[in-house]
Design a protein around this ligand. Structure first.
Ligand SMILES: [Zn+2]
Ligand SMILES: [Zn+2]
Length: 236
């Protein structure tokens, strides 16, 4: 399957990734991608970027001349059971895509499974996020079938994360649940070094094994990305 945009990458601003925004964009272009989203961790993750970084991100991306569509995003964290995120809406409105996942050393990692599940479902139902990152092989467990159902109902995408593909059996079960539910997914690298940008081999091979319906994979085409996320891939 051809993937046209990598919607999940990190830079040095995340506090534990190796490369700059410019290097990540150049690598995306070299890999033949039409688009790349810069989705650094926010302050929920120790060492993550601050609100001013995200408020300035669009401007920084506009200034980089590499001819690839550069999408301003964030990988957020849920900060309470109501499904609020760590940063204000004003910061999120300055971005084009808001994703969130469960990470170590964050509020959600300390919660019992029921609270985690409720928090994720509330964040999804309130449409605080557009993509739930690494729902499989996450850093903490939650009720995956319930979360897939909530994502399907709310029109929130679930991620198949290229960097977390060791447990093929669990991913196949996840994909089966998504296909049954009609949930939309994205295949993303979650690159923490530029060399990982645009690498999707393992995820693509698992999708093939699962005979996963292509039409449910959003970042297979620019049209699908535009209609689901409202993000055009024309270079700006
Ligand atoms: Zn993550
Ligand atoms: Zn990430």
């Amino acid at each position: 399957m051809n993937i046209v945009a990598d919607l999940h990458t990190h830079t040095v601003a995340s506090g534990h990734a190796a490369d700059t925004i410019r290097t990540v964009c150049e690598k995306a272009r070299q890999k033949g991608l039409d688009g790349v989203a810069i989705t650094d961790h926010g302050p929920g993750v120790p060492g993550g970027a601050n609100p001013i970084y995200f408020m300035a991100l669009k401007r920084m991306l506009r200034g980089i001349e590499t001819p690839v569509r550069k999408i301003a995003g964030i990988e957020e964290d849920i900060s309470n059971v109501k499904g609020d995120l760590t940063l204000d809406d004003e910061v999120h409105r300055s971005l084009e895509i808001v994703t969130a996942g469960c990470h170590p050393y964050t509020w959600i990692a300390e919660q019992p499974m029921k609270v985690r599940t409720d928090a994720i479902i509330n964040a999804v139902t309130r449409k605080n996020i557009q993509i739930l990152t690494h729902p499989v092989a996450s850093f903490c467990d939650f009720d995956l079938p319930a979360v897939i159902g909530a994502c399907t109902d709310a029109g929130v995408a679930l991620e198949l994360n290229e960097s977390k593909t060791e447990d093929v059996g669990t991913i196949l079960k996840f994909l089966e649940m998504c296909a049954k539910s009609g949930a939309r997914i994205v295949l993303s690298s979650d690159a923490h070094v530029a060399e990982e940008v645009g690498i999707f081999h393992r995820g693509a091979s698992i999708l093939k094994t699962a005979r996963f319906p292509e039409e449910l994979v959003i970042n297979r085409s620019a049209d699908a990305i535009e209609s689901f996320f409202g993000i055009g891939l024309q270079v700006q």
